[in-house]
Design a protein. Structure first.
Length: 27
């Protein structure tokens, strides 16, 4: 569960960071 949560957090962070760079705001 710890690894899964960590992986999900990394994916969400990456997606948020990428969207932020593009100037797109995502929930």
């Amino acid at each position: 569960m710890m690894a899964g949560s960590k992986m999900t957090t990394a994916m969400q962070f990456s997606a948020s960071f990428y969207a932020n760079r593009k100037g797109v705001v995502t929930p």
